[in-house]
Design a protein around this ligand. Structure first.
Ligand code: GUN
Ligand code: FE
Length: 425
């Protein structure tokens, strides 16, 4: 039976088949049935001939992009304090800004700016940090829900090593606020679900991590945090957790690192072979945030090693460590920093290709949400239609060339429309 949510998009369709192969169907048809892709076709099969066709003519159709790591409350401080490294930047820029979200009026204004920009972007899925404040985080979730972008959003937990104005009084109070928030928001949103968000090891005590683990085991929601981003941070974790061997172990000992607990760890710039083995074994997703890692002089993550080991990798904007919300920018930054890493650091670590960056931005990160990030049959229907007609060229370009240019010159082209989970947004 035909459903109002069933339709067909027509245009030049691209999607990742694997890390190294982008499928391209010229003048193709991508079919959406009840929010799920029914595949891409060069000729529309008869069984779909009754469906409405939205003809995008010479435009490019790609899967929606996935942002695995971003901080909504830091949107207003993009570009501020980037002469600093992580720990000083948190102290001098981030904490003071995040404290303002105790005021619901400020949260509404600041989060609206973030949600509007996310809506305008090619992103259809995002994992988003809020602050420690429950009311502000619920405001954020409502605004994200209204944007139509499918998000996981987290109330941040912090009970140590933060200024009083941004520190929850103790582990029990932080955990109780988290329970209340999960209870209040259960089933409230169509596009947004909660994600447990201990900021990072230095700001969460052992008792708090144990509480969060109990909550996670009970409700099964995912977890996001930061891992091995900066040398001073890693040394600090070594002092705080002398027994755990490596930084990942400090999450794992509380049961907050993969296995039954779907987990995203941002950065992993300094992950050792041992830490990478733990990430792989536990099925952890790495959120690679190359622009942030450059802005905060953190370093270059060894993404080639992650991919060679079969670790899940997606991309993150990491606002405001990163200054650009578009995941197209994360794709080109990932490629460029991998080229420098190969040339300057490790000749074994071949640079990332455009195909690999496209994969990480779609299917790679999308896998955290389930079957997301491709048009292969059975995937959630997340799509973006791009108009590259403003990118004049003296000669016609092939479709793969046009996709390459669209990625690098993304801010010179138009996003015509996008769909997340089968709905236009
Ligand atoms: N580590 C702990 N908190 C943060 C944050 O807000 N941004 C980044 N980039 N790293 C962090
Ligand atoms: Fe971050």
């Amino acid at each position: 039976m035909m459903n109002v949510t069933d339709f067909v998009l027509k245009g030049h369709v691209f999607y990742s088949k694997s890390l190294n192969e982008i499928a391209c169907v010229a003048d193709g048809y991508v079919v959406c049935l009840e929010g799920i892709s029914a595949g891409v076709y060069a000729d529309l099969p008869d069984e779909y001939s009754e469906l409405p066709i939205y003809d995008f003519d010479d435009r490019l159709i790609i899967p929606g992009l996935v942002d695995l790591h971003t901080h909504a409350p830091q949107f207003a401080i993009r570009g501020l304090g980037t002469d600093l490294e992580l720990l000083d930047w948190l102290k001098e820029q981030v904490f003071a800004e995040e404290a303002k979200f105790a005021d619901a009026g400020y949260a509404e204004k600041a989060y609206s700016l973030f949600a509007d920009e996310l809506k305008r972007s090619a992103t259809t899925r995002a994992c988003v940090y809020g602050t420690i404040h429950v009311e502000a985080t619920e405001i954020l979730m409502q605004l994200l829900d209204d944007s139509g972008v499918c998000c996981m959003a987290g109330k941040v937990n912090t009970d140590r090593n933060a200024p009083n104005y941004l520190c929850e009084a103790d582990a029990a109070i932080s955990a109780e606020a988290t329970r209340k928030w999960l209870h209040d928001t259960a089933g409230r949103f169509r596009n947004v679900s909660p994600i447990i968000t201990p900021r990072f090891i230095p700001s969460c005590s052992d008792p708090l991590m144990d509480e969060l683990s109990k909550i996670q085991k009970k409700c099964g929601v995912a977890v996001q945090s930061h891992l091995s981003e900066n040398p001073d941070e890693i040394e600090w974790v070594r002092q705080l957790c002398p027994d755990t061997g490596n930084y990942a172990g400090a999450y794992a000992k509380h049961g907050l690192l993969g296995k039954g607990c779907p987990t995203i760890m941002a950065h992993c710039v300094y992950s050792t072979d041992e830490e990478m083995d733990i990430l792989k074994e536990n099925g952890v997703f790495v959120a690679h945030c190359p622009q942030s890692n450059t802005n905060l002089s953190s370093g270059i993550a060894p993404v080639r090693k992650f991919l060679d080991r079969g670790i899940h990798v997606g991309l993150g904007s990491d606002i405001a460590g990163g200054t650009s919300l578009p995941i197209f920018r994360a794709m080109t930054d990932a490629i460029q920093s991998s080229k420098l890493y190969w040339r300057m650091v490790d000749k074994e670590a071949s640079p990332l290709s455009t195909s690999e960056a496209f994969y990480m931005a779609t299917k790679g990160g999308g896998a955290f949400f389930g079957k997301v990030g491709s048009f292969e049959p059975g995937y959630a229907f997340d799509a973006v239609v791009l108009d590259d007609s403003s990118l004049d060229h003296p000669q016609p370009l092939s479709l793969p060339e046009r996709l390459d240019r669209a990625i690098y010159l993304h801010d010179e082209l138009q996003i015509c429309c996008k769909y997340a989970d089968g709905r236009r947004c």
